[in-house]
Design a protein around this ligand. Structure first.
Ligand SMILES: [Zn+2]
Length: 80
């Protein structure tokens, strides 16, 4: 079964809801790309590409300053 309702004939370009063209009888396929999905289907490929299991990658991520550093900065700003 077709994954999408609207199909277009590969031969004559006619529109149809069937996978067989009503005009020439050739094969028709989905007229538009499949719906976008919030699932990240390429996440595994991306993780491999960035080599996320490597400790070097983990260290390259942005970090917040420690709580002690934040407190020190905050106190210093209030005293001004
Ligand atoms: Zn056709």
């Amino acid at each position: 079964m077709a994954r999408q309702l609207l199909q277009q004939c590969l031969q004559c370009g006619a529109w149809t809801l069937s996978t067989t063209c009503p005009a020439c009888g050739a094969k028709a396929q989905a007229a538009a790309p499949l719906k976008w999905s919030p699932e990240d289907h390429r996440a595994e490929i991306r993780r491999k590409m960035y080599n996320v299991e490597d400790t070097e990658w983990a260290q390259s991520l942005a970090t917040l300053e420690t709580l002690e550093e934040m407190k020190a900065t905050h106190v210093a700003e209030e005293e001004e």
